[in-house]
Design a binder for this molecule. Structure first.
Ligand code: SAH
Length: 346
């Protein structure tokens, strides 16, 4: 019996309203249940006190409310918190709370494992097992928000989809989760405080532009030379830079949003002048920001962070071309919570 029940949070507000009408009840009950689920975080139907006892029983008969459990929480010396999150089917994903002096940022996962094969990323070693449902993405945000309030006395301020998985390969569910995170009946967060990071799936970047999404876009570029990029991010052979660039031009034309590029500089891989010149050529069509990320070693020694002279060359050449550069220091390295280290190790 149990297994045939549907997760009620897979239903849209409209579908909830229709359910109540089909049961001979009022449409607005759908809105009330929606609010219980997405705003008040109810885990049980019996908590929905403005719904009649009989209707609560009907809900119980048809549906379950799946929710995640924070299986293990680890705290880094620098304050970063990593949650290992257990999903209703027992699979585990990770999410991270990154506190700074002013902000609390949640880094959330969109898939269990990842189907891409970036050579420098620990998550790529876990094969993609499944997409996360909207409620599973949403719940990670709620869990991090609670921790932010508890440990830092402030609500969550920002969300980045930079955990496990490729968000644009689970686009519909990511979009539905963001809808709940941003709607006033959900968490009411501003979409301007959300960034979706992608390895670069051109078709989906265009779809985001067509859908007129209000959140930001970051692209994990790492090289603007096809040969180099394909050697470290093999799927680049399928989605070459010309296609990515065309999709980004389309995105910019529609949204007029600055594009952020994430970029690690590695010794002997992309640390020459030629690499920087290619990057400048690639991103100069639109206002761009390059985020130089510190490399977090994932133990095989093939990749080494380039020396500071190479970083300085990137910074001065990019700035000379009016491209904003930021250098991002790693957070939570000691607990394997930093970029590219999420691999369900503990
Ligand atoms: N698949 C999406 C979301 C993951 S974001 C994407 O690729 O954008 C994770 C970010 O960390 C990406 O920018 C990725 O390129 C970067 N990253 C992966 N492994 C890393 C590592 N070992 N050190 C530093 N950054 C890494």
């Amino acid at each position: 019996m149990e297994t045939t029940k549907k997760d009620i949070r897979a239903l849209s507000k409209e579908q909830l309203r229709e359910f109540f009408v089909a049961q001979g009840d009022k449409e607005f009950r759908g809105n009330q249940v929606y609010e219980w689920l997405w705003n008040k975080g109810a885990h049980k139907f019996e908590d929905m006190t403005n719904i009649s006892k009989d209707m609560r029983q009907v809900l119980e008969d048809y549906f379950v409310i799946n929710h995640i459990e924070v299986d293990q929480m680890q705290r880094s010396n620098d304050g970063t918190i990593k949650n290992a999150v257990r999903l209703h089917d027992g699979l585990i994903v990770e999410s991270v709370l990154i506190p700074t002096s002013r902000r609390s940022t949640a880094c959330v996962s969109s898939q269990v494992g990842c189907s891409l094969d970036c050579k420098f990323c620990a998550t790529s070693r876990l094969k993609r097992m499944r997409n996360l449902n909207p409620d599973e993405i949403f719940d990670q945000v709620v869990a991090i928000d609670k921790e932010s309030r508890l440990y830092f006395n402030r609500p969550l301020s920002n969300i980045v989809f930079m955990g496990m998985g490729e968000p644009l390969m689970n686009y519909n569910n990511v979009l539905k989760a963001i809808e709940k995170i941003t709607s006033p009946e959900g968490l009411g967060m501003s979409p301007k405080r959300i960034i979706v990071s992608t390895s670069g799936v051109p078709k989906m970047i265009k779809k985001m532009a067509d859908d007129e999404v209000k959140f930001g876009l970051a692209v994990s570029l790492h090289s603007a030379i096809d040969e180099v990029r394909t050697s470290i991010m093999p799927f680049n052979a399928t989605f070459p830079l010309a296609d990515l660039r065309e999709a980004l031009e389309y995105w910019y034309a529609k949204t007029k949003n600055t594009i952020t590029y994430e970029y690690v500089v590695w010794d002997g891989i992309n640390d020459s002048r030629k690499d920087v010149e290619a990057l400048i050529q690639f991103c100069k069509f639109a206002p761009s920001k390059v985020n130089l990320i510190e490399y977090n070693p994932i133990d095989d020694g093939q990749f080494q962070q380039a020396d500071s002279a190479a970083l300085d060359m990137y910074i001065s050449m990019l700035e000379a071309n009016n491209i904003t550069v930021t250098v991002r220091r790693s957070r939570g390295k000691d607990i394997d919570a930093a970029c590219g280290q999420l691999a369900n190790k503990s």
